[in-house]
Structure formats: C-alpha cells, structure tokens
Write a protein that binds this ligand. Structure first.
Ligand code: NAD
Length: 340
C-alpha cells in the first residue's frame, strides 16, 4: 500500500483524496488543513486523519472541537509521497520540507515547471516520470490539451496547433474572483502560458495559444485548430477521440450544446460532486478541411487533473511502468467512461 499525504484540502486536494481512497494499491495517511473550516469537519467524517499545517494552528482545531493528529511535519514521517494541493506558488515554498523528509512530492499546475524534475501528463509522457522524486501534474487546461492532442499527434502528426482558450473566471465557491461583467485578456500577450506549458510535455510541438477569461464558473472551453501531417477524415478523428481515455464526445443535437448542459449531464449521470473528469469534445465541432482539423472541447477545471494525480503516484513509486495499465486501473476505480 502506498502511503499518500495530501497537503492542502481545497478544490483539488479534496477530490484527489477521494480518488486515492478508491484505489486498492494506495491509502490516505492524512490530509492537511490550516483552519477548522467545514472542509476539515468533512475530512474527519470521510475518515481521513486530519493534520494542521503547523504547530501554532493546532490549538485552533482543538478549540473548535476537531481531532487533529499532529502537524504536516508529523504526517510526512508516515508518507511515501505527498500531493501538494496548496494554492499556486506555495508548493515551491513547501518543497524544502518535503526534501528534508526525503518524501516524494507531486505539485500542481499553479507551480512553475521548474519546481519539479518533470511535468506529467498520463497520456503524454508517463514513462519519463517513472521513478522521479518531484513531478508537477500540469494544469487543468494543459492536461486537457495534452489528452486530445496526444491522440491526434500519435496517429496523424500535429504539424501546427493553434488554440483559443476561453477560461472560467473562478471556481464556483470562489466569491473573491471575477470578472463579473467583462472579457479579460489573460494574458494580453501571445502566446499565453498554456502553449509553453504543453511544451513541457511535448517539447517539439508547434503550438500557439491565446487566452481570455469570461464571467462563468463551470468550465473552460478551447477552440482548437491542428494542421495535420498525414491525411485524416473527420470520421477517423471522431473514432480516435472515442477510443481515447478520459475524452468524451457530446452531441449538440442531443441537447448538450453548452458548458451548462455538460455539467448537467455529469449531475444526471450521478458523478460525485457533478464532476466530469473527462474532456468533453463536441461531435459536431470535429471537422477536417484539407489538412486542418477543427474541434471544440470543454474542461471541468475542478476535476480533470484528478485521475492524472493518481497515475502520477504509480509512476513516481515505480509500481506500474505502463501508462495504459495505470489509466485503466484508475478509471475503473473512479467509474469513468469505458474506453478499454
Ligand atoms: P484551493 O484554494 O481551492 O485549495 C487550496 C487549499 O490549500 C485550501 O484549502 C487552503 O486553505 C489550503 N492552504 C492554504 N495555505 C496552506 C498551507 N500553508 N498549508 C496547507 N494548506 C494550505 O486551490 P485549488 O484550486 O485546489 O488549487 C490547488 C493547486 O491546484 C494550485 O496549484 C492550482 O493552480 C492547481 N489547480 C487548480 C485547478 C482549479 O481549477 N481549481 C485546476 C487544476 C490545478
């Protein structure tokens, strides 16, 4: 059993903890919170040992009547690997502590690439992360781009990729961020950081990205144009997306013509927290004209990186060497779309 610690029990940390708990080869040895919020209470209800980020904050948990097992420092003594799910850029500050405990660490996409020895995408570069001590699971947008582009690139070759990212303003519970009534260039410069981030997984891919942020909390949306090296038909591209793990095809003609209805599908399908770990690609948007492939995809930012975190644990621990093997194991445990 791989002993997994979760540092930061927010949007990503909560989901990764639940996904790890569903696997038969790993277990949660503790989750770290900074204060006795409702999430801390739920962590205890879920059976996760609760730890404070430092000794000072332990008292606030005890004053609130919450059982706290110790500090992050204590937890790291029990862990084979820690998944750092603290807010962006905080992981880099935590790294020295992980190193001092000789504990392997997974960082998230809010960290700079150089926080780790490698960036990770299960379908993109699994083998190159096997046995590593410090790895960063790329962001929700980059994970989504790597999933669909790796499928296209492997079969037909992606000579040139151009992407417009329409990003959600904030996660649903995040009342402090916007915009409320604007489309914000984020960043105004081209490329946005997403293209270079894809290059941390596919160093030779010719990709340019532009990004704007809009007033929505549900999902990101990408419009993608790929210049193919080899000829493909529209139907062949639809077939490879259907056979790709963690990619789901939706049809506007079935009534799923927006991010709102994709999320409604996840609710109706009984997915935990209404999450959609898969990337949603619209059937009608897939179109090959000459050498150019067009498609539109949506990304549930709160959950698409979750299965990748589970796979990344097995890669770093060296327990499974083949990407397809861990992807199948993770997806079966999470009840995701059957692609195998
Ligand atoms: P979040 O704010 O929802 O959660 C972060 C959690 O860490 C909170 O519970 C916070 O209380 C806790 N925390 C703060 N300081 C801490 C400390 N010193 N020690 C321990 N815990 C601490 O953030 P998130 O959205 O889960 O993002 C976490 C990481 O995942 C970031 O790198 C982010 O860029 C990345 N990410 C986020 C999303 C997304 O859409 N939310 C998607 C993919 C990747």
């Amino acid at each position: 059993m791989i002993a997994v610690a979760i540092n930061g029990y927010g949007t990503i940390g909560r989901r990764v903890a639940d996904a790890v708990a569903l696997q038969d080869d790993m277990k949660i040895v503790g989750v770290v919170k900074t204060r006795p919020s409702y999430e801390a209470k739920i962590a205890i209800d879920n059976g996760y040992p609760l730890y404070s980020n430092n000794a000072e904050n332990m008292k606030t948990f005890r004053d609130a009547g919450l059982k706290v097992e110790g500090t992050l420092d204590d937890l790291l003594k029990k862990a084979d690997i820690v998944i750092d799910c603290t807010p962006g850029k905080m992981g880099a500050k935590n790294k020295a502590l992980y190193q001092s405990h000789k504990v392997k660490a997974i960082f998230q996409g809010g960290e700079k690439a150089d926080v780790a020895e490698a960036s990770f995408s299960a379908l993109g570069n699994y083998a190159s992360c096997v046995g590593k001590d410090y790895v960063r699971v790329v962001s929700c947008n980059t994970t989504a781009l790597c999933r669909t582009l790796s499928a296209v690139d492997k079969k037909y070759g992606a000579a040139k990729v151009r992407v417009t990212l329409i990003r959600r303003g904030a996660d649903p519970q995040d009342v402090d961020n916007g915009p409320i009534n604007a489309i914000v260039l984020d960043p105004a410069t081209v490329p946005s950081h997403h293209g270079p981030d894809v290059n941390t997984i596919f160093p030779n891919m010719n990709i340019m990205t532009t990004a704007v942020v809009v007033p929505t909390t549900l999902m990101h949306l990408h419009t993608i144009i790929v210049e193919l090296r080899d000829h493909a038909t529209t139907q062949e591209i639809k077939d490879i997306f259907r056979a790709t793990p963690r990619v789901m095809i939706f049809k506007a003609k079935d009534g799923i013509d927006s991010t709102a209805t994709v999320m409604e599908y996840a609710r109706e399908a009984g997915r935990k927290r209404s999450d959609l770990n898969e990337i949603a690609v619209w059937d009608e948007s897939i179109n090959v004209i000459g050498k150019e492939l067009f498609y539109v995809q949506a990304v549930h930012q709160e959950s698409d990186v979750v299965p990748e975190n589970v796979d990344c644990i097995r890669a770093m621990m060296g327990t499974i060497k083949e990407a397809r093997e861990t992807i199948k194991k993770t997806d079966e445990a999470l009840g995701l779309k059957k692609w195998w």
